[in-house]
Design a binder for this molecule. Structure first.
Ligand code: GDP
Ligand code: MG
Length: 437
């Protein structure tokens, strides 16, 4: 699937010190292929990888972040943007608000109508009315009635009528009379685009002027989904897309392409046959799903937010000259605390990660370390070799800790410095900053 493919191509970047023209091009070729395989439209995939390339090459790479991780973040942000950025609004204002379903037969309109009614009833305390406007198949009315009974929502139907426009209008009158504040109109679909179907749904739309016209599409139909969306949008100018059957390992490609091709937001997803299997569409979460790398993304985000680049540069110099001292140690602790209790993140910070490897990272763990360092004189902090036996006793007393704790910290600090000296042999191994390209 797409996530695995992308993951593999990002792994190629692992171990690379910089994001260069060459390794970006290589990776993006894989990304593009993966997107195409996931049914992302060719033009969309091309445009997407071009944008990512531009962004990647212009980036100052943070030290705490591997190039491959940064690439993941760039791709993630681009995917999110491509799918609309923010979660789309859904209009339920009005007495009643009217929602009209459209889409091919089997796309999941009837099921989604039931899901939406349930969602609005339980989460928004609305009082929905479901309307059966499929006049061609008697079974369609029954299907909606069964759903209505399951969720205790009334269903409006006129079994003898052949006029869906009239049924829709009558249903809205009925809702007004009975005090239903949401009317969800389920319509008939066809197996393929068909002039009569298009005319019918168009006339319903004109007659009732709905708050939302939703286009329902089966995400498993891949590239066809995009073409269908385009044709429906040309006729209906719909307000949003419902992506159904996004359960299991269904490819997410349709979401990307539809959004880009018709430029309409995806508003909901269906993730199963059960009536609870409905979600609002969140572009960022969908990008997570496509990438399958949500954790790395948030990690990188936090590191980028919090890391002060100038500090990092200064620190790099000090480490190279073996001048890393307790003041640096302290400021690194503050960096970690700003980032929250993420042990993984801490491990990425030079000088501290090793030292606190075996400590639970919470504020208490830092408290005694900080207290000990605060109890050192400025001279002791810059030159820890000064700290002899009597000084250790004084520091322990001053910080409310024990000599053992002071000893442990000094030992850890010493090991850290040794470790740093070892790895600073070559700049490539410990480069806090990737060279600019
Ligand atoms: P309609 O012809 O557009 O009204 O489509 P239906 O609502 O009758 O759905 C067609 C089939 O797809 C039914 O068997 C549904 O149970 C199934 N279905 C609908 N939505 C989903 C979904 O999100 N996930 C899965 N797995 N099946 C779905
Ligand atoms: Mg139906």
């Amino acid at each position: 699937n797409l996530s695995e493919r992308l993951e593999r191509s990002f792994k190629l970047l692992k171990g690379e010190g910089t994001i260069t023209e060459i390794n970006v091009a290589e990776t993006l070729k894989d990304v593009r292929r993966a997107l195409l395989d996931a049914d992302v439209n060719y033009k969309v995939a091309k445009k997407f990888t071009d944008t990512v390339k531009e962004k990647a090459l212009g980036q100052d790479v943070l030290t705490a972040v591997k190039p491959s991780q940064l690439m993941v973040k760039i791709v993630h942000d681009e995917l999110t943007q491509l799918m609309g950025g923010e979660t789309a609004d859904f209009d339920v204002q009005g007495k009643p608000a009217v929602i009209l379903m459209s889409g091919l037969q089997g796309s999941g309109k009837t099921t989604f109508s039931g899901k939406l009614a349930k969602l609005l009833k339980t989460k928004k305390h609305k009082s929905p009315l479901l309307v059966a406007c499929d006049v061609y198949r008697p079974a369609a009315i029954d299907q909606l009635k069964v759903l209505g009974e399951q969720i205790n929502v009334p269903v409006y139907a006129e079994p003898d009528s052949k006029d869906p426009v009239k049924i829709a209008q009558n249903a809205i009158q009925e809702a007004k009379a009975k005090g239903n504040d949401i009317v969800i109109i389920d319509t008939a679909g066809r197996l393929a685009i068909d002039e009569q179907m298009m005319n019918e749904i168009e006339s319903i739309k004109k007659a009732i002027n709905p708050n939302e016209v939703l286009f329902v599409v089966d995400s498993m139909t891949g590239q066809d989904a995009v073409n269908t969306a385009k044709e429906f949008n040309e006729r209906l100018n719909f307000d949003g897309v419902v992506l159904t059957k996004l359960d299991g390992d269904t490819r997410g490609g349709a979401a990307l392409s539809i959004r880009t091709v018709v430029n309409k937001p995806i508003k909901f997803v269906g993730t199963g046959e059960k009536l609870e299997a409905i979600d609002q569409f969140h572009p960022s979460r969908m990008a997570d799903r496509i990438l399958g790398m949500g954790d790395i993304v948030s990690l990188v985000e936090r590191a980028q937010e919090q890391y002060d680049e100038d500090e990092a540069k200064k620190l790099q110099k000090k480490i190279q000259k073996n001048q890393f001292d307790f003041n640096d140690f302290l400021s690194q602790i503050h960096q970690i605390k700003k980032m929250g209790n993420l042990k993984e993140l801490a491990a990425m910070i030079p000088g501290v990660g090793k030292a606190i490897k075996d400590i639970d990272i919470d504020d208490n763990a830092f408290k005694s370390i900080e207290a000990i360092i605060f109890s050192m004189t400025p001279a002791e902090r810059t030159d820890p070799a000064l700290i002899n036996g009597t000084r250790r006793k004084r520091i322990a007393d001053g910080s409310g800790t024990t000599i053992q704790e002071v000893n442990r910290l000094l030992k850890q600090f010493d090991q850290t410095r040794k470790m740093m000296k070892m790895v600073t042999g070559g700049p490539s191994k410990f480069a806090r900053f990737m060279p600019k390209m």
